[in-house]
Write a protein that binds this ligand. Structure first.
Ligand code: SAH
Length: 391
């Protein structure tokens, strides 16, 4: 939808918008973006109930706590770093981005400028020559800790100590530096092997009063400011007490379940990705939580087994990927018949489909609130409360 002529309608639009393509709503001012998202949620969801006003950001700029830059060269040989032009493998040189953390952007630009002095060559995907492929920076917004990951084609890093010394001199806020080896012909940024060059090899951050350990590979919420608002809304809808039995389906690293476990009696999380489950277990331990457990399983199969065993739950949180909940999950959810269902969705289309199935199964939608997790993009996140019709 974002054509060049549309971009002219917003005087503050990013100058790289038409090349980069990462932000679909650059042609709109922020208040208009919120209206657009509200309207989109209403078109798809209003037949199920009133859509409350979208929760926007007070300051929608530089919200991303994780920034990834690809490194390459122009035809003239100049080193560039930034994002791939959407749909291509061409790098758009980025100095600063409206959605990215400013410290992270400055670190990446400084690394780019340091490369020639240290005779570090950037990787050439066609010729398979050179060394540095990407730089990944993660910053804990509440801890202030910063991780820099240099992703390179092999582990040879001749001027390693001097380079890190110089980088830390320019950016004393960096708390850890890693070297990740990606020697494969792949679109994935990170390779399997990594080496800690400085610090602990991970950072920590606090979200909703809980401490999380963030490694180079682990998943963590990209916009922690809005994430707290989303989870607070989800908890308000769940109205938990010390007796509540809770299921956190599609739980990722267990953030929603852990926030719930602060109030609830017990929580069980289910997640398919085994690395995420491992992080969930260690995060729960880190926070001294004893009333939460995690299963590595397909959410549908997990719910089916729970229903077969005649288990019950007071509240089920479900936060599926864009494809929504599976039929098996929804059928088993209806058999399990929890008092309340809190559905957190990153795709209003599959949400509308799933609400259709769940409301046919004896539930009614009580509340719907969209939350803007990704300003300037067309993503719409929504949290929905459902409970049984006869209650
Ligand atoms: N609730 C988490 C993450 C939600 S993202 C949070 O708030 O951080 C959706 C999650 O669903 C991802 O972690 C993904 O790995 C997981 N997932 C995808 N398909 C799944 C399935 N069939 N069963 C269980 N988990 C699945």
């Amino acid at each position: 939808m974002s054509t060049k002529s549309n971009l002219r309608t917003n005087p503050d639009a990013c100058p790289l918008a038409s090349k980069c393509g990462g932000c679909q709503l650059q042609n709109m001012t922020y208040p208009r973006q919120l209206k657009w998202k509200q309207a989109r949620a209403e078109i798809l969801l209003k037949k199920y109930g009133k859509v409350d006003k979208i929760i926007g950001m007070e300051n929608p700029l530089h919200y991303r706590n994780k920034v990834q830059a690809a490194f390459g060269r122009t035809r003239g040989g100049k080193v560039i770093s930034g994002v791939y032009q959407s749909g291509t493998h061409r790098i758009v040189n980025v100095d600063s981005c409206m959605t990215e953390d400013e410290t992270a952007d400055r670190i990446i630009v400084d690394i780019r400028e340091m490369l020639p002095k240290f005779k570090i060559w950037v990787y050439d995907e066609d010729r398979r020559t050179g060394w540095l492929r990407h730089v990944l920076v993660k910053r804990g917004f509440s801890s202030g800790e910063v991780m820099v990951v240099l992703v390179a084609a092999d582990r040879k890093f001749p001027s390693k100590n001097k380079f890190i010394e110089k980088l830390l001199e320019k950016h004393p806020e960096i708390t850890t530096v890693l070297l990740n080896i990606n020697d494969r012909d792949t679109n994935l940024v990170l390779g399997e092997k990594e080496e800690i060059l400085y610090g602990r090899g991970y950072i920590t951050d606090t979200l909703c009063g809980l401490e999380f350990e963030i490694s180079a590979k682990s998943f963590y919420q990209i916009n922690p400011v809005q994430c707290e608002k989303l989870y607070n809304k989800a908890m308000e809808y769940a109205s938990l007490d010390g007796d509540s039995k809770v299921i956190d389906a599609y739980c990722g690293i267990g953030t929603i379940g852990m926030v719930a476990a602060k109030t609830a009696g017990s929580v069980i999380g289910a997640e398919l990705n085994k690395d995420a489950v491992r992080d969930a277990v260690s995060n729960a331990k880190r926070n001294g939580m004893k009333n939460i457990g995690f299963y590595c399983a397909d959410a549908g199969e997990f719910m089916e087994a729970m229903a077969d065993e005649g288990e019950s739950a007071d509240v089920v949180f479900t936060d599926p990927p864009r494809s929504g909940c599976s039929r098996k999950f929804i059928n088993s959810l209806l058999r399990l018949s929890p008092g309340r269902i809190v559905y957190i969705s990153c795709n209003p289309e599959t949400l509308a489909r799933d609400l259709g199935l769940i409301t046919k199964g004896g539930y009614t939608v009580r509340r719907i609130t969209p939350v803007d997790m990704f300003p300037f993009t067309n993503h719409v996140e929504t949290v929905v409360l459902m409970s049984k019709v006869k209650e």
